[in-house]
Design a binder for this molecule. Structure first.
Ligand code: ADP
Length: 502
């Protein structure tokens, strides 16, 4: 069979100018006419196709389908459409969409006309679109930020993995549901969300807003939402970018708190520093008084003339001795306080028989009591259980309070009591002395505070004893206070936690 035998030159150029492949198959399915596009696409020469069956270019998997269509087409005037692949001369497969129609000559069926469109580019474009859609979906799905969109009624259309994680719902549980009906936010925020939506839909610029999110499991998180209007397949929707800012808020809060704490610490430190300065200047002043006396009297004693007057000499020596004692006492107290302030004073617990302890203490202060013509009474249960306590500190507190009671009691008696009260021991040191006016009762525990009166003026003191007592009692977990009536006497109370023998 000769190619193009039956085609005029005009027809030939017409079919060759087509961008689609055009073929005429004879009644047996052999190529009778093929246009240039066919040759270009398949790589065959015209002579290699003409007279050959379409099997030559149709791969095996499409053959039965093509035979069927071919047979049908010969019998029907209705065109057939099919999408298949053809194989080129070098084995490459090309996707095509073919349209067949019955070919007639002078009313007689002579075969089948086939027009085929090369789908390679279309398929490639589709493939690319699929890949880019896939890439976009992957990106959105795995974005480290919540992405969702909903229609203008607030119905969820999409939510990525982060949204699922944040909301605690699977995306199928929220898609198709209304944002507000899911009760993802508290009623307070409800109105704000609606407002944000409305503003956005109206095309107004909105800033990211904070909401309290109610997750599916009931837990609450703080989220921040920014909205944007987007176009999905020609329909407008609201895109939401959502971030869980709970931890950020917590850190911000902690940072703020740390900043405030730092400010308070700084203020405390400043106050402490000024208190320390005040303490040093008062301490220096207090130390100077006995030192000046010691200095002046030792100078007088150096005067040769004084050596003859033994009575005077002894009087001055006594003053020097008393002032030295006072100085020593003051230095000891200042050292105690600075140890407490530095936080290095440690509690050393040991077993103690309270009855024996008070008994020994009474013996120790007896000479002082006698010298002051006072009476000392003490009441402690002989069967008081052995306790764990810092004995040295307890002794220091007691001595301070008893010595004070002696100092400020011109006549009468001093009573010591120790009782067990629940898990505490209640100590009392009572005197029948000058008493303390109400207005001074809190102040006497302050450092260097001394009540001014004609009586106290004659007494040497440092004004530090009670503040040391208070610090020590508190260090041991207890409390100290005073009950007093002017000219009637005072009771100093303190309690300490009772730790029994282990
Ligand atoms: P001081 O060394 O001056 O006694 P304290 O701190 O021990 O220092 O006491 C502070 C002040 O409290 C004393 O100066 C005194 O005015 C008053 N005070 C302390 N104990 C008694 C007491 N038992 N009776 C009356 N006043 C007291």
């Amino acid at each position: 069979m000769k190619p193009l035998e039956s085609l005029t030159e005009e027809y030939r150029s017409l079919i060759d100018s087509s961008n689609d492949a055009i073929v005429l198959l004879d009644r047996l399915g052999r190529f009778k006419i093929v246009n240039k596009k066919v040759l270009n696409s398949t790589g065959y020469k015209e002579s290699e196709l003409i007279g050959k069956h379409f099997e030559k270019i149709v791969p095996a998997e499409y053959l039965s389908k093509c035979f069927e269509l071919f047979k049908q087409q010969l019998k029907s005037s209705k065109p057939t459409i099919a999408t298949i692949e053809i194989r080129t001369k070098n084995g490459k497969l090309i996707p095509i969409e073919l349209k067949g129609s019955v070919a007639k000559n002078k009313g007689k069926i002579i075969g089948v006309n086939v027009i085929a469109k090369d789908l390679t580019e279309l398929k490639e474009a589709e493939e690319e679109l699929k890949i880019s859609e896939e890439r976009f979906r992957n990106l959105t799905e795995n974005a480290p930020i919540g992405i969702y969109y909903n229609d203008f009624d607030g119905t969820f259309l999409y939510g990525n993995r982060m949204v699922e994680e944040m909301f605690g719902y699977k995306s199928e549980e929220i898609i198709g549901k209304n944002f507000l009906k899911l009760q993802l936010v508290d009623s307070d925020d409800f109105a704000n969300i609606v407002k944000l939506f409305t503003l956005k839909i109206a095309g107004k610029a909105t800033r990211p807003k904070e909401f309290l999110l109610k997750r599916k499991d009931g837990t609450k998180r703080t989220i921040e939402i920014s909205n944007k209007i987007i176009d999905i397949h020609g329909k407008k929707a609201v895109l939401g970018i959502v971030q869980d800012i709970t931890d950020r808020k917590k850190t911000e809060k902690e940072l703020k708190k740390a900043h405030e704490d730092l400010k308070v610490s700084y203020e405390n430190l400043k106050e402490l520093d000024s208190k320390k300065n005040e303490f040093i200047s008062i301490a220096a002043h207090e130390l100077k008084t006995p030192l000046t006396a010691i200095h002046s009297f030792s100078q007088i004693l150096q005067d040769k003339k004084i050596c003859v007057d033994t009575e005077k000499m002894q009087k001055y020596m006594k003053i020097i001795e008393e002032e030295t004692k006072r100085l020593e006492n003051l230095v000891t107290k200042i050292l105690d306080l600075s140890e407490i302030d530095a936080g290095i004073m440690k509690i050393k617990l040991e077993n103690l028989n309270l009855y024996k302890f008070v008994d020994e203490l009474a013996l120790e202060v007896e000479p002082l009591v006698k010298k002051s013509k006072l009476k000392l009474e003490y009441y402690t249960d002989r069967n008081f259980p052995e306790i764990l306590i810092d004995k040295e500190k307890l002794r220091q507190i007691f001595l301070n309070l008893i010595v004070n009671a002696i100092k400020y009691t011109p006549k009468g008696k001093i009573t010591i009591k120790a009782n067990k009260e629940n898990e505490r021991i209640h100590f009392q040191i009572k005197d029948t002395g000058i008493g303390i006016a109400k207005k001074h009762q809190k102040l006497i525990f302050k450092r260097f505070y001394q009540v001014e009166s004609p009586y106290t003026r004659k007494i040497t003191g440092s004004g530090l004893g009670l503040s040391i007592c208070e610090e020590l009692v508190e260090l041991m977990g207890g409390k100290i206070w005073v009950e007093s009536k002017l000219k009637r006497g005072s009771v100093f109370h303190f309690t300490l936690p009772m730790k029994s023998k282990m």
